[in-house]
Design a binder for this molecule. Sequence first.
Ligand SMILES: Cc1cc2nc3c(=O)[nH]c(=O)nc-3n(C[C@H](O)[C@H](O)[C@H](O)COP(=O)(O)OP(=O)(O)OC[C@H]3O[C@@H](n4cnc5c(N)ncnc54)[C@H](O)[C@@H]3O)c2cc1C
Length: 375
Amino acid sequence: MRVVVIGAGIIGSSVAYETAKAGARVTVIEAGKIAGGASAASFAWTNATGKRPQSYFALNVAGMRAHLDLSREFGNAPWFHQTGSLEWYSRQEDWAAQQENADQMQDWGYGVEWISKSRLAELEPEIDLSAIGQSPIIYYPEEGWVHPVLYSAGLLRAARERWNASVHAFSPVETIDLSGETKIVRTTKGDVYEADVVINCTGSWADRKLDGVPSIPMASNIGVLGFTLPVASTLQRQFHMDDLDVRPDGAGRLMIHKISVDDVVPELGDLDPKGREAGLLIDAVRKVLPAVQPDDLESIRTTMRPIPSDRLTCSGWVPGVSGYYAAVTHSGVTIAPYLGKAVADEVVRGHVHQSLADFRPDRFIAAKNGMGQRS
Ligand SMILES: Cc1cc2nc3c(=O)[nH]c(=O)nc-3n(C[C@H](O)[C@H](O)[C@H](O)COP(=O)(O)OP(=O)(O)OC[C@H]3O[C@@H](n4cnc5c(N)ncnc54)[C@H](O)[C@@H]3O)c2cc1C
């Protein structure tokens, strides 16, 4: 089977690796750099906490487990860090909701540990305990984070070396002709690729009209990430306080995300690391990590979060056409390694995954000519 994967972010790379491993002849076509879209600037926290409904929670847990399996498969997976993560809320009015979520997560089999402030001080001595006050603290031991660019590079290299996949960067796909038995994919450069199945992994671009195929309705939004200079801090685990997320990003750098900062940035583009948004990020971190200095922010980047319009994963055969599959999701860093395997099972091996039953494209796209199909 010839498979063309469009998009080489963390989802396209996972799909390419697993479909090649399943025996398909795989071609990956990427408009820009490998993992240069959302995967290039993602907080990349592997987690399922708070995710609902239960089928979506289960998909995220499957992703977390698949990261562990993939690490074992590679022997050395420099992209994956299962460090656990810490969570507390500074305002007492949020404590009941935290307890309720923790109870639900435990009931669904998720690892939740309530820890004391002294235990937190042992785990992360640089966190200023006075910033925590009396807040209850949760440690989630199964959570971690990923370097999505290293992940994508590692999987695409393996797909090339082990199973002869081919990867074409800087080649935007312009049209897809699904009318015949052989599908024809054309790029803006004039290159033409033939396939039995085309898999759309274009993330937040999935709602753009690609000539010849239906698009997926998206409600993507802007995410803002701050990156510090190397900081003399020994922080090992990510922490989540209110709407602030902080984690190590390698070589002493910290990555900072704050939802209320996302909300004030109207458009994509690099922001001034000395500007207003930078001030909001750095001030928030300094309350918890005094080692961070006011001028420590090196860069601020913005990216689009790919979010299907009902906020859930979209994975399956696209209705009304043949040989066209879509794999688009938020929480894609968490879900990617599982989704890659599930897509390979459905596309190459012909095994339908019940775990994807709630996430099919037919909830968005009417089946004019019957359900989508393999070919
Ligand atoms: C700020 C932020 C924080 C996040 N935090 C988390 C988190 O903590 N945990 C988590 O699990 N997820 C998180 N996410 C979401 C996660 O990053 C995404 O779900 C994931 O990166 C999506 O991967 P993707 O491969 O689908 O998309 P992308 O990485 O965007 O890749 C899509 C690719 O398709 C290519 N493409 C588009 N159109 C074409 C075309 N016509 N032809 C060829 N190629 C094309 C693009 O160039 C791009 O490289 C976050 C996202 C953001 C922005």
